[in-house]
Design a binder for this molecule. Structure first.
Ligand SMILES: [Zn+2]
Length: 346
């Protein structure tokens, strides 16, 4: 069983900047940090709903207008600053926990820190998510900094970027959800056992290398109109729709002939030979390291155009009008028609 790190007493303020002031003591210069720290203490004690500018001023023993000297001029502004402070406090603890650790050891340490923070400061965790849909660059930068120790640990298990994205969400959601329920007294007994089991589930999947991976190819959603096409692909045939009345060929599949408006059609097998009509080099949107793909618009011998990838191609050697031929390639269990340079092509 995993040994849980001894929880440290979470602090919302740096040592030496305690915001509390003895009534009657000389007033210290009011700073935004002191106001925010005081507001966080009120939120921790009494809930976020208790935090108002007047309440914070009262806690600080000053008049509410004094808060304006700190340029905190609205409750929304105060909440935003509290969110940033909470983000920074949790991030600091996560970075410290991850330091010098990796693998399961790091993941357990991160989970413990997250749990302790969430249990002690459920209102601050809520604040983190109050800004979840924001476009404020400070919040987004803070969110990236907060995520990095967890993401780095997940990458250490060999996950790719897409896996890290989802594993990070799953891990944070599990740990955060547990800690917030725990803060409400949901687990009066054996909470540590449950928590260790949650973290063990992650560790086991990650160590076994069995974290789910998104398929790179989304299987076709076969409809009655294109069922013929995908059945043909299964037989390594490239089938084109042909109007039963005027014999015009068409692709992609549509119910009606564009030339004579007939709804009757049959199919014709293409030779699979054609030429590149146009092409682009496509870079993966979220995997900058993934090899770029050559996407071609092929003009088939039959006069119909067809979009597919050009496989085994050096992008520098691709030219319009180069001769290509169809090939059938299985990607993640899905058989797809692709093209390659025709045999004898320079
Ligand atoms: Zn027709």
């Amino acid at each position: 069983m995993a040994t849980r790190a001894t929880p440290t007493t979470p602090r919302t303020t740096s040592p030496g900047t305690s915001p509390s002031r003895t009534p009657g003591a000389p007033a210290r210069a009011l700073t935004p940090e002191i106001v925010v720290a005081t507001a966080l203490e009120i939120a921790d004690r009494e809930g976020l709903g208790a935090v108002t500018l007047a309440r914070v001023a009262r806690e600080l023993g000053c008049h509410v207008t004094s808060l304006y000297t700190t340029h905190i001029d609205s409750i929304d502004d105060l909440h935003a600053r509290m969110g940033l402070a909470a983000q920074s406090a949790l991030a600091q603890r996560l970075w410290e926990a991850a330091l010098g650790r990796s693998g399961a050891d790091a993941l357990r340490a991160l989970a413990d820190v997250y749990r302790d923070f969430g249990s002690a400061h459920p209102e601050q965790i809520r604040l983190l998510f109050a800004g979840a849909a924001t476009t404020d660059p400070r919040v987004l930068e803070g969110a990236r900094y907060l995520a990095e120790p967890i993401r780095a640990t997940l990458r250490g298990f060999g996950l790719d970027d897409e896996q890290v994205r989802h594993a990070h969400r799953a891990f944070s959601a599990a740990v955060r959800g547990f800690s917030m329920a725990e803060a409400q007294g949901a687990y009066p007994t054996d909470a540590d056992i449950t928590f260790d089991q949650i973290v063990d589930l992650f560790v086991q999947a990650l160590e076994r290398g069995s974290w789910p991976r998104l398929p790179r190819v989304i299987p076709p959603n076969v409809e009655p109109d294109d069922e013929y096409f995908w059945s043909g692909v299964q037989r390594h045939q490239l089938l084109l729709q042909r109007c039963a009345s005027c014999h015009t060929l068409r692709h992609p599949p549509v119910p009606m002939c564009g030339a004579c408006h007939s709804l009757d059609w049959d199919t014709q097998e293409a030779t699979g030979r054609g030429t590149v009509y146009s092409w682009v080099l496509s870079h993966h949107p979220s995997e900058p390291d993934a090899e770029a793909r050559v996407v071609v618009l092929v003009e088939l011998e039959e006069g119909v155009r067809f979009v597919a990838n050009l496989v085994d191609a050096d992008p520098d050697g691709v030219r319009n009008e180069m001769a290509v031929e169809v090939c059938f390639v299985e990607l993640d269990g899905v058989l797809l028609p692709q093209f390659r340079a025709a045999a004898g092509n320079a």
